[in-house]
Design a protein around this ligand. Sequence first.
Ligand SMILES: Cc1cc2nc3c(=O)[nH]c(=O)nc-3n(C[C@H](O)[C@H](O)[C@H](O)COP(=O)(O)OP(=O)(O)OC[C@H]3O[C@@H](n4cnc5c(N)ncnc54)[C@H](O)[C@@H]3O)c2cc1C
Length: 471
Amino acid sequence: MTATFQLRREIPVEDGYDLVVAGGGPAGATAAICAARLGAKVLLIESTGCMGGMGTSGLVTAFDPVGNGEEMLVGGLMREIIFKLGERGSLKPRLEVQSHVKKYHAWTPFRVEGYKLLLDELTTQAGVEVRFFSRVIDAQADVGTGLVDGVVVANAEGYRFVKARTFIDATGDAILAKIVGVEVREAGRDSPNIMPATLPSLFTGIDWARSEFRPGAGMHQHDEYLFQAIADGHFSQPDKHLPGMSQVGDQIGYLNGGHLFNMNALKVKDLSDGAMLGRRLAHEYWRFFNKYVPGYENAELVITASLIGVRESRRIVGEYELNIDDYLARRKFPDQIALFNKFIDIHPHDTGDDEYERFRADAETQKRLGPGEAFGIPSGILVPRGWTNLWVAGRCASSDVEVHGSIRVQPAASMMGQAAGTAAVQSIQTGEPACDLNTATLVETLRSQGAHLPQPHLRPTMTRNREGSAH
Ligand SMILES: Cc1cc2nc3c(=O)[nH]c(=O)nc-3n(C[C@H](O)[C@H](O)[C@H](O)COP(=O)(O)OP(=O)(O)OC[C@H]3O[C@@H](n4cnc5c(N)ncnc54)[C@H](O)[C@@H]3O)c2cc1C
């Protein structure tokens, strides 16, 4: 039996917040800004020194597609952020933002320092109190009533117990939800295969004019060179899936490459070993690009990410669990808080050919919505089942593992954050609990903030699985 130690100490209490947001990634930063714009007193707790999460500290410097080939699906604050980044020259050089945002299957690469600065400014202007280098490590809650009383925050000043009327878990890993006893699903426990993680990196010295995507070169632009390098024994693992290098500056690229297979992000040893392996793989890709790929002869690895790129770890069980049948049916919901189009992007679980072929089939044909199509994201995936003043937003929202492969990305996380922040303020103003919020009002407010929610009929009650969905 593991020995235990009972920690007993008195810690200072802080009170008076309407909302505490744990985690300042695309979900948490958006939640905090949107709630503060509605007049709430918001505290954002972020363990790193900037907002943006995987998009900044994680060096995932591209937003997944925000349009479906006919229209821009992603509205609200995410839309505002993309256009503001465009105005400031903080998107990929020469990107024509007006037409780009409507495109089908088109990523929006951005300059990481521009995004960090914009989030600093937007939170400050909205009046959010941001606490960097601070971590939510514990909480006090009543599972019976579904009420969170406060969270324990650790930082250089010690511990604080911070009370608030509402809470949003935007930690990516559902850290707060797990602590307070929300029912969760965990990769490696509830789904046997864990989607691999990656440690992204930034490169410079790329001659983009000679390295542009060439149609017919394979699913990804470097496949032809990659397969040769694998055949030559260049890599320590024969990984045929290289998501690729995106241009983010005149000579700069963001590499999404180097899978960390079977890494369980809920185990610290796996995370530690994974970070070291990720750095080693980044060097292997550096030498690969120099040796094999035209335009990269003089490329240099500048930095690997300080946050490990976790794709799958823990999701809550919400009032609604969005599932693959909903996705394939392109289902729309009266209480949807977002529309999205991204394919089911579940990276190969190992380096075998079977998994690679499964991934290609999913990504290229079977589990991809076509141009002009979309599926709805209902409000209930943000609400832990039965909870009163707690929401989650982003990667840890409630869905099955397949739909998670679509909605885990930054634009969807941001739209969920906007909905969660707005819902929290509505709950404070009306007294409606999270699990029984008037969703017609929520949708109307989101529309007034520029969210793209064209559903013809609204309904005051949220869609729940027990109503007889396909689940
Ligand atoms: C390798 C890789 C490539 C990807 N490529 C793309 C892409 O091209 N385009 C795209 O749109 N998406 C991409 N994604 C997905 C996307 O980046 C993430 O899924 C998305 O950022 C999730 O947003 P989030 O806000 O839920 O979580 P995160 O971005 O993970 O943010 C969570 C934040 O919470 C903080 N935090 C965690 N625990 C605590 C705590 N206890 N207390 C305080 N703070 C805490 C973290 O420091 C972090 O800042 C990629 C993901 C990976 C791993």
